[in-house]
Design a protein around this ligand. Structure first.
Ligand code: ZN
Length: 198
């Protein structure tokens, strides 16, 4: 029985599509939103729409940004010959929070997963290969240490090795299966400092 009106049910359903939001949380959020002042609701929905309209991939590193070139790639302080490959903009943010890395990134937007049907062409790998035609001193592979991350790291290694570019993998201090964004800064810094050559 539909004991909520359609509008409320729709709102709960839409919120429930978000990752990590179960039905109970979706209900709680829906009722919270309904009770919010109208201006606040307008601001929230405008912010979501504007973010969706204006956020795009950086032309160089493919992170999510609202500019053509993201602030990291645009910075003169960053070493363009040092590229760290990460799975997502969230992972990039985790390393930026540590604040000790002065290279640039390459954001893959995913990892190879035969089980989920995600192949090399579904992530920003071709784009990485194009970048590697430029002068690069070192490629740090910082994909997650779960199955997908390791598969991706191996794939990139095979692909890039013949070019002779120095390749390193962040140390295994990063817990297996751990999402990079959930790892504390000390662990992340250690993983980066103790990276191993491939
Ligand atoms: Zn960038």
């Amino acid at each position: 029985m539909d004991y909520f009106s359609t509008e409320i049910t729709n709102l709960i359903e839409e919120l429930g599509r978000l990752p990590g939001i179960g039905n109970k949380t979706a209900q709680r959020l829906a009722f919270h939103i309904i009770h919010m002042p109208k201006e606040q609701v307008d601001k929230l929905s405008d912010t979501i729409k504007s973010a969706k309209e204006n956020i795009r991939f950086c032309k160089e590193c493919f992170t999510l940004t609202d500019k053509e070139i993201c602030p990291i790639c645009a910075s003169k302080e960053r070493n363009k010959k040092l590229i760290m490959v990460v799975e997502s903009t969230k992972d990039l943010a985790a390393y930026e929070k540590v604040g000790k890395y002065d290279g640039v990134y390459h954001v893959l937007h995913g990892a190879i997963s035969p089980m989920l049907g995600i192949g090399p062409n579904d992530i920003k790998l071709k784009e990485l290969m194009v970048r590697l035609k430029n002068d690069v001193d070192e490629l740090i592979i910082a994909t997650n240490s779960n199955l997908e991350g390791e598969t991706t790291a191996m794939y990139i290694t095979k692909l890039v090795k013949p070019s002779g570019i120095k390749m390193t993998r962040i140390a295994s201090g990063v817990p297996v299966g751990g999402d990079l964004e959930c790892i504390d800064e000390v662990t992340l810094l250690r993983a980066l400092e103790h990276r191993i050559e491939l």
